[in-house]
Design a protein around this ligand. Structure first.
Ligand code: ACK
Length: 222
């Protein structure tokens, strides 16, 4: 096997610096802690439990999945479609190892995942694979018509048995509903911003003040 194939990583992405990881985890934990005590959430608890009377502790419900990052391209060591092309892109080579600031603009929760929406800058979009949203369209059909970069997120936790790839799909689903004109039901003004319910256990908290998260563009091999 030629060396350049071996050296293609599992995935490329921005990796949050350790000090901000702590801050983001705390913010997410505080949000989950508050969310499951809200009457509005309790009213829809069945989305998470499948049973009316059962309570859910969201802090226990989700498991953290390794260090916090925003995936740009899942390469699967070169086996994923477009992986080699992505690894060879001039922008990927130029920005590799550089630090930039990710803007986390919302937190979202579904019965499967909890994550943060990332709003990419023009410069950061140079590292975004153009087909990331279209690739998701077999699972979330409306994703194909969402703006490039819509899938960008940080996975904060997954329910038992759920793979982290689900987080970006959950975000796309919520954004697709918004684009179709569904306003959702704004149920509460939280300290961090307005909390909206989109049905089927989908909650979105728009951050009044986005979290600025310094992150290093790099790759992981496992
Ligand atoms: O939370 P994530 O973005 O979801 O970060 C992990 C990372 O790659 C390593 O597993 C993401 N991931 C896994 N499979 C895929 C896929 N097929 N398409 C896009 N992202 C993926 C996962």
């Amino acid at each position: 096997v030629p060396l350049e194939e071996v050296s293609i990583p599992l995935f490329f992405g921005w990796f949050l610096l350790s000090t901000v990881q702590e801050k983001v985890r705390c913010t997410s934990m505080d949000f989950l802690k508050t969310l499951d005590t809200l009457e509005a959430f309790k009213k829809h608890m069945i989305d998470f439990t499948g049973k009316t009377e059962k309570e859910v502790d969201l802090e226990q419900y989700f498991e953290a999945k390794g260090s916090l990052h925003c995936t740009t391209k899942f390469c699967n060591y070169g086996k994923a479609e477009g992986a080699k092309e992505y690894a060879m892109k001039p922008a990927v080579r130029d920005f590799y190892g550089s630090t930039s600031e990710l803007s986390l603009t919302a937190l979202f929760v579904t019965p499967r995942t909890v994550g943060a929406q990332v709003s990419l800058t023009e410069e950061q979009l140079l590292l975004w694979p153009g087909d990331a949203e279209k690739e998701a369209a077999s699972i979330v059909p409306a994703a194909a018509s969402l703006p490039v970069g819509s899938r960008a997120h940080v996975t904060l936790g997954c329910a038992q048995g759920v793979e982290p790839m689900q987080t970006g799909l959950d975000l796309l689903e919520i954004l697709a509903l918004k684009q179709e004109g569904q306003q959702g039901e704004t149920v509460e003004e939280m300290e961090l911003g307005p909390l909206t319910y989109f049905g089927e256990g989908r909650w979105l908290l728009c951050l009044r003040e986005p979290i600025c998260a310094p992150a290093c563009f790099s790759s992981r091999y496992k």
